[in-house]
Design a protein around this ligand. Sequence first.
Ligand code: DX5
Ligand code: ZN
Length: 229
Amino acid sequence: MADFQIAPSILSADFARLGEEVDNVLKSGADIVHFDVMDNHYVPNLTIGPLVCEALRKHGVTAPIDAHLMVKPVDRIIPDFARAGATYITFHPEASDHIDRSLQLVRECGCKSGLVFNPATPLSYLDYVMDKVDMILLMSVNPGFGGQSFIPSTLDKLRQARKMIDDSGLKIRLEVDGGVKVDNIREIAGAGADTFVAGSAIFGAAAKSDANDYDTVVGKMRAELAKVD
Ligand code: DX5
Ligand code: ZN
């Protein structure tokens, strides 16, 4: 079976108790902390920056932190996230004037690099930089907000990206972000994704059930992934 990883998006967590929320979701078996950075410029929302990433590390979080930069420009802030303890730093090609340079900068800073594709952004941005990415992230919603519905055309795009990765022979993760739930994760994995961001599906469900842990949702997602051939 593929090495599937679940990456809860802390955008939907309770920010007033962020350290505890991250501890709980990792205890429930999640693999990666997905960290959404928005600047009210590239996307119409404003969230968290390197200080919060650093605070999570100081709190004791050792799991990989996947910093998804929805900011423009990106180069100024990349070293700050590296210093703050990010593991992956991904950015949108539209947000960098020099994509190759930004990808190199991420790796020079000691992090794993990734490009993020909005629903209408073509995969051709990868043509000359496949060897410089560790992660390809396909947005299955338009970036800016949690709780939106999965855009079905992402499935075909995932199949194309999976083929590009397999043809390249390179070790690149294929992540999907937006509207991932227990009831569609299996189909999404079947289309080729191996890393699954889920915000409202994980943090929203626990709030409703008052369980204060995320075992049920993460467990159900794992069970669905176990059915993928
Ligand atoms: C949207 C963010 C996502 C968001 C996903 O711009 O990149 O990571 O938190 O939220 P859900 O899983 O609720 O669609
Ligand atoms: Zn994200």
